[in-house]
Design a protein around this ligand. Sequence first.
Ligand code: MGD
Ligand code: MGD
Ligand code: SF4
Ligand code: MO
Length: 739
Amino acid sequence: MAKLPTSVDRLIAAFGPHKAYPPQSGFYGAHEPDELVKTHCCYCGMQCGIQLKVKENKVVGFEPWMDFPYNEGRLCPKGVERYLQNNHPDRLMAPIQRVEGEGFEHISWEQAMGKTVSEIRRIQQTYGKDAFAMLSGVSLTNEKSYMMGKFARVALKTANLDYNGRLCMVSAGAGNKKAFGLDRSSNSWADLAHAEVIIVAGANISETFPTLTHYIWRARDQGAKLIVVDPRVIPLARTADLHLDVKPGGDSALFGAMLKILVDNDWLDHEFIADHTVGFQETIEAVKDYDLDWAEVHTGVAKEKIWEAASLWGKAKTSFLLHARGIEHHSKGVDNVLSCINLVLATGRIGKPYCGYGTITGQGNGQGGREHGHKCDQLPGNRDITNPAHRQYIADVWRINESEMPGKGLTAYEQIDAIHRGEIKGLISICFNPLVSLPNNGYVREAFEKLEFYVCIDSFLSETARYADIVMAGSLHEEEEGTVTTAEGRVVKINAAVTPPGNARRDGDIIMELAARLGEADKFSFASSEAIFNELRLASKGGTADYFGITYEKVESQMGIFWPCPSLEHPGTPRLWEDRKFSTPDGKAHFNPVRFKPPTEVTDEDFPVVLTTGRVVSQYLSGTSTRRIGKLVDQYPEPLLEIHPKLASRYGIKTRDLVRVKTRRGEAEFPAQVVETIREDTVFIPYHWGGKHAANQLTIGNLDPISKIPEFKVCACQLIPTGEVASAALTETAYQSDL
Ligand SMILES: Nc1nc2c(c(=O)[nH]1)N[C@H]1C(S)=C(S)[C@@H](COP(=O)(O)OP(=O)(O)OC[C@H]3O[C@@H](n4cnc5c(=O)[nH]c(N)nc54)[C@H](O)[C@@H]3O)O[C@H]1N2
Ligand SMILES: Nc1nc2c(c(=O)[nH]1)N[C@H]1C(S)=C(S)[C@@H](COP(=O)(O)OP(=O)(O)OC[C@H]3O[C@@H](n4cnc5c(=O)[nH]c(N)nc54)[C@H](O)[C@@H]3O)O[C@H]1N2
Ligand code: SF4
Ligand SMILES: [Mo]
């Protein structure tokens, strides 16, 4: 293990290395529960219904919730183990403070709050309001997301608030807004199950949204054709009718070439294009040269397959196109999204039964969390912080002067640059672990070392929290009531199962107390989560993401309501735009011309192999929770380098050989996993680990110019076999991040 800084040695001595859980004996799950609480899984955007078993204020197990309509009791490997996070021995039970050169010590809430507020004041008085920034996250409920936006603008009075959806949903969000004027999947999954042709692009559904697979199987049972676009033969691709093994970064060339085939064969819905869209001519003009020979070179996909995909899509009567981060995590992420949407619009298959389009939301509340104002350019209801009318409306809801409301701030990765430039000096973060999740993380670590004051609100001591001056012990998903919005656009209810243990506090209470101490008590005196939701309803009223007609009572009695829901009588909107009136100012769907551009970093003699990164089924995001759950660790204990046998043989690499992967940012060693399920020119590493196991030591910090999403999915690397064979899979303590 690498030598740890003294402060961390002390920390490990004080808190112990984190351990896989549960321990061998004394397992709570064996006991009869006091209560079963209907709620939702804390992990991905599917938000499967689950019942948590509670005994003596501890979550001790789960039962399926058969009645919840989306998953009808089904859960994935993470869902069935998620309850084990609640009782974990590593759980932060009280605030802690860094003692320079020594480690962390427990402090009281009074000390934690007092120090934080005095540092906020000092930094803002010395360097200006915007020198204190905030980073938030969308594992938080709608209520908390809303409160973070209000807290930053009203209490901290900083422009610099952004969120971890910046690493996730923003390319899709920007594309959706440009094309449709609204950022949500167009139909509920119920329509997916009846589509004739389904395209899944850059979404490893079986591992990342496992319960959604059921809807694809249902469509397959009825004869649907499935087309998978992915550089890897992901599990879904193994039973697909067509697998388009696109070279990372080649998607807009592929979709552009498919659009040209639709045009050449007149597989178009002329009436829809004429009556309900704008921009068609410019869009087809942009792809007029994209013939199959050109496309084969730029996508790496055999031209017969491209033609076959276009012909299946072109001739279908009903269809669904789904994509996720595989096409979005690019410096051309928004272009990729728009090139998908162009295929949907050209065939007019949207806003009708069994015809839809959707980007699959990643994080638990990745949908709701991107609507209620903790993005740097956004106000609640998906309003625009630069629009004077939007500002005035929200200023009235918040009871502040519009002129006092900060403007547009920096995005997450731009905040890191601003710390390097000395413009941001202080930071508060909640629900975000940037040292694992941001690209080029050596650069990110240096930024955290430069901060004059950093306070982190988390329930575990994450890799980033270790750089904090103060860590406030916040709450887990099961410890605070609220709502989240699933990937379908369905607002569902999270019910608190237990209260935070020890001296930990609910996130909402922490933020309200900070706001009060910053002098804004009257604007943050919510008596309940429902009170926050009721203010959110009002704040969203009239926005594109209108929640006004949604109440806790309606959500619970109907097991979810789809937004937009503008009035109390409104039933919600499972299928958008059935009246063919899109949410853009002109009511039309917008085609957008896309010309293919290669990724920022292409392979060359020095860096000859494409590196892409992503996920495995048993680990979740930066792993703070899943790397602590023993059974999930056993399934996939360490990051492996997926490599094709032909590429491996060129380097003499065999499975479990330790390979050094080097990019222009950094280098790290990974055991090889030789598999035939990946392109010969590409390697894949999952990113859920920190420290020397972090894939993000290697990735590139280039951003999409519109969405500012980092290009996690493609950079160029070198492979250097170390000559060593990796020791047996990491167990017990080794899966933790070495700093
Ligand atoms: N098990 C698990 N499930 C999760 C998560 C998790 O961490 N673990 N996280 C949740 C979150 S926040 C998110 S955002 C989602 C992400 O869900 P996904 O987007 O499905 O997950 P990824 O593994 O990041 O990437 C998906 C696929 O993109 C492919 N890919 C790489 N480059 C390209 C490319 O250039 N073009 C195309 N077409 N494909 C490419 C990869 O091979 C990979 O199979 O998952 C959610 N669900
Ligand atoms: N190389 C590479 N990097 C990637 C990606 C990739 O595909 N490749 N994917 C990107 C994507 S799509 C995403 S979404 C990001 C995710 O990256 P992050 O947002 O940094 O990852 P999380 O693991 O969600 O970090 C959340 C932190 O919040 C804490 N937390 C969770 N729930 C709560 C809560 O309710 N309250 C509080 N107070 N804290 C909570 C957790 O303990 C954890 O420390 O990673 C991105 N990074
Ligand atoms: S699919 Fe997602 S929400 Fe459902 S159980 Fe698995 S991780 Fe949880
Ligand atoms: Mo994500």
